[in-house]
Design a binder for this molecule. Sequence first.
Ligand SMILES: Cc1ncc(C[n+]2csc(CCOP(=O)(O)OP(=O)(O)O)c2C)c(N)n1
Ligand SMILES: [Mg+2]
Length: 318
Amino acid sequence: MKKEQLLDLYHQMVLIRRVEERGAELYQAGKIGGFMHLYIGQEAVSTGVIAAREARDRVITAYRDHGVALNCGIPADAVMAELLGKATGMSKGKGGSMHMADTEKNMWGGHAIVGGHLPIAAGLALGDQYAKNDNVTICMFGDGATNIGYFHEALNLAKTWGLRVLWVCENNQYGMGTSVQRASAVTDIRQKAEGYGMKSGQVDGMDVMKVYDAAKEAIDFVRTNGQPYLLEIDTYRFRGHSMGDPERYRKQEEVKKWQENDPIGIFRKYLTEKKTATAKVLDEIDTNVEEEVNKAVQFAESSAEPAMEDLFTDIYTE
Ligand SMILES: Cc1ncc(C[n+]2csc(CCOP(=O)(O)OP(=O)(O)O)c2C)c(N)n1
Ligand SMILES: [Mg+2]
């Protein structure tokens, strides 16, 4: 990877972190309504996976979607405005935190029903199969979603019909307050692919370079063979499940242990040790991101709410 691309990945990870830190403040100030789930701690996952796609490859995810939106190239302005429910948001302020989408950027949405978007991913890939192209659909979901019927139906169909889907399980160790051990018969999530004769892999999700390499290999496999693949990416969310989670189900020592493996810190170390960039250059990127996010907040706060007459538009296709 060239230096510019590496620094761009660093920029993306820091941007996700700062957008969400500011988002959390705005939520606490009552400026964001509804549920909001932060991606802080998991930044290396979507950053590494989406860097490995071609622009023609589709991405679809669950409700923890702010990072995915930013990685797909949706500007911070549009993400922040959507969080605040403003008409200038990428979903015109009518989707909010859990429903960020921009099909022009091939970002097919955040989806709030656990597992509900997996059959949609199979459908997107079936559409590409009909159109006789070799685009890949990247479908991201949590460990909890793999205990839902939709996961099994979608993986079965994908293998039976030879659909080009990269199934990405972000195993952040918990589904709300329930640990993987308490909810899943097998704790190595990748094993679930075996029941469908599907190839699978597993990678450390705190290291963006490892994620990128694993995702690149998996996407190449899917594209070349016309077969799905399940990639388990092990990670951790540093914050609660959603805003206002008292986190009684996990110990602070456990959270601290994972925080010592901060994906941004790991990547900073990688970049400085490889002499790709000095700490000063990385600090400058941090400052630029701060500025970018300040502007995004100003843009969002000064934008208009959606108009009353738009209440019933964008519900059905016309
Ligand atoms: C069908 C359905 N059941 C329950 C819920 C409530 N719910 C929201 S998030 C969540 C946990 C999902 O965990 P996981 O898939 O691991 O994703 P994570 O939140 O860890 O990213 C649950 C049970 C829901 N949204 N949809
Ligand atoms: Mg989870």
